[in-house]
Design a protein around this ligand. Structure first.
Ligand code: ACO
Length: 512
């Protein structure tokens, strides 16, 4: 099977083909694509292909603000698609697909659909270098491009749904503890009561700051008194991985890599609380042996056992932010792991990616926006002015969600449960902002994302603003490490290509 040039399309094509009919709705066809894990459906009339509907068409539909539950497949499919016969040479079919910019092509013999062949099938089996031919085909920001297979979780942007393993993430946040979700991501299953207790015993001692790091922490905090705590966490985690001798993921087995992951996830809340206190000239508070993750985190920050409702609200927020598809920081962690680097390197890179305002740096900015608005009466004028002048409203919009972000819905509920003036004001601003965005940015489908109510919930529970993004980082650390484990278990170097668009080379190098 290694000599792709000798293979025919019949050797690599998928069958039976997932099909649709032109009269059904796009939502029906999209749901079949999702169930069957395919990126396209062939639209047929009997056995004869009459069109093809791909993920790209779904992205176009969303960008146009159309409604998949009423629009028909016929409205969005590419009619009369090109096809290849099953006896065509696989390498020639690859070149032809690449030249025409297709990702999928129906395989047709005597007008009858017999299979479907994808770019991915051909690249894998025909072992052909694709870089030059398909680089221009990739959407900016890799939007909608599936770059890996994962069993950790996924996000369904059109439905406003995301999951960890096979469970609804919001339901997990409602019914389980953070440690249960952590166990689920690391070990693949939800723990029983016994397993939960054993896991708590396993991670409890790992919350202590390693002896080698403890004396350095005050120095780090002193050097960065006004630095964002996330930046200091980045430095501290890097140092800790070196001090504890984390070895390249390429050289260690899963047991050792899992132990490194547990160590980092367990100690990050302690590091964050210590950094925060040291920056204020306060003594770090050691972990409380009786308290679980979230309550212990609040305890170490404030030197006070938190109210149960505050601890639970923060725990739910933390569970809901553990993982979220192939977001920028998770992708970063996987890219670094794909080089065989150690787990410390992967999560330090991920912290860097998360620190940007377009990713994890928004919740404090969302609260700053509420402050800047000041009163409900000023909301509309302020928001209009911002959007009209090209500014982005922090806490709104999402690359994948084109409807309500389920995390934002859950956090709004938590904020309402906690009560207070801020939540009513935030809800008013949300309604106005959605209207303003709908009017000034029609068709973009901009709603609140996780960050908008996260700020409200965290501040109500007594977390200072500068700790919002670091708190997000502490739970996302669990997701990053789960992805590191998955990447290392079945690794291939992630090394894409770019389209060179500069002056044509080679040009003579000028002498000086
Ligand atoms: N306010 C105003 N307009 C917006 C916003 C927003 N928050 N978000 C997107 N838009 C507009 C853009 O201006 C653009 O309009 P145009 O077509 O007229 O140019 C259109 O919507 C599409 O925007 P993109 O930048 O292509 O959307 P993308 O998917 O790349 O961005 C992102 C997603 C970065 C989250 C964006 O919505 C944003 O900047 N939001 C504000 C920052 C924020 O809340 N970040 C936290 C994200 S959640 C997380 O990472 C955990």
């Amino acid at each position: 099977m290694s000599d792709g040039s000798k293979q025919t399309v019949a050797d690599v094509m998928s069958r039976p083909v997932v099909t649709a009919v032109s009269g059904e709705t796009v939502a029906e066809a999209a749901s079949r694509m999702r169930e069957r894990h395919v990126g396209s459906v062939v639209v047929v009339d009997g056995d004869v292909p009459v069109g093809i509907l791909t993920e790209r068409d779904l992205v176009r539909l969303s960008a146009d603000g159309a409604d998949p539950s009423t629009d028909r497949v016929a409205d969005w499919m590419t009619p009369d698609p090109d096809s290849v016969p099953s006896d065509a040479d696989a390498a020639a079919a690859f070149t032809s697909l690449a030249e025409r910019g297709y990702r999928h092509i129906p395989v047709v013999d005597d007008k009858v659909l017999v299979g479907l062949v994808s770019m991915r099938d051909l690249m894998r089996i025909a072992a052909i270098q694709p870089a030059d031919t398909i680089a221009s085909d990739i959407p900016r920001g890799l939007e909608g491009v599936a770059v890996a297979e994962t069993t950790i979780g996924d996000v369904r942007g059109f439905e406003g749904f995301y999951h960890y393993r096979q469970y609804d993430a919001v339901e997990l946040a409602e019914k389980r503890t953070l440690e249960d979700a952590w166990y689920l991501l690391f070990d693949g299953e939800l723990p029983t009561l016994d397993e939960r207790n054993r896991f708590l015993d396993e991670v409890r001692p790992l919350r202590e700051i390693p002896a080698a790091l403890a004396p350095v922490l005050p120095e780090i905090a002193r050097l960065g008194t006004d630095a964002p705590p996330l930046d200091l966490l980045r430095t501290t985690v890097s140092l800790m991985a070196a001090a504890l001798g984390f070895r390249p993921s390429l050289d260690v087995d899963r047991v050792e890599l899992r132990a490194d992951g547990l160590r980092v996830c367990a100690v990050v809340p302690t590091l964050l609380a210590s950094i925060h206190r040291l920056q204020r000239g306060l003594q770090p508070i050691p972990p409380h042996p009786e308290l679980p993750y979230a309550a212990n985190y609040l305890y170490m920050l404030n030197d006070k056992v938190p109210l149960p409702e505050h601890a639970r609200a923060i725990e739910q927020y933390l569970i809901s932010t553990i993982d979220h598809g192939f977001n920028a920081s998770t992708f970063t962690a996987r890219v670094i792991t794909s080089t065989g680097a150690d787990l410390g390197a992967a999560v330090v890179g991920a912290i860097g990616a998360l620190s940007g305002p377009l990713h994890g740096g928004a919740p404090s900015r969302a609260l700053a926006m509420l402050d800047a608005i000041g009163t409900p009466e000023q909301a509309e004028a302020y928001l209009r002015e911002q959007v009209s002048s090209g500014q982005r409203l922090m806490g709104f919009g999402h690359r994948v969600y084109k409807t309500d972000d389920p995390r934002s819905v859950m956090l709004r509920g938590i904020a309402e449960r906690l009560g207070g003036e801020q939540v009513e004001f935030a809800k008013q601003v949300e309604r106005t902002a959605v209207d303003v965005l709908g009017e000034l940015k029609p068709g973009r489908r901009l709603y609140t994302n996780v960050e908008f109510y996260a700020g409200v919930v965290m501040s109500t529970c007594g977390l200072p603003r500068e700790m919002f993004t670091p708190t997000f980082a502490s739970s996302r650390m669990v997701g990053w490490c789960a992805h590191v484990l998955e990447q290392a278990a079945d690794n291939r170097l992630i090394r894409p290509s770019a389209s060179y668009v500069g002056p044509p080379p080679p040009q003579p190098v000028p002498e000086i």
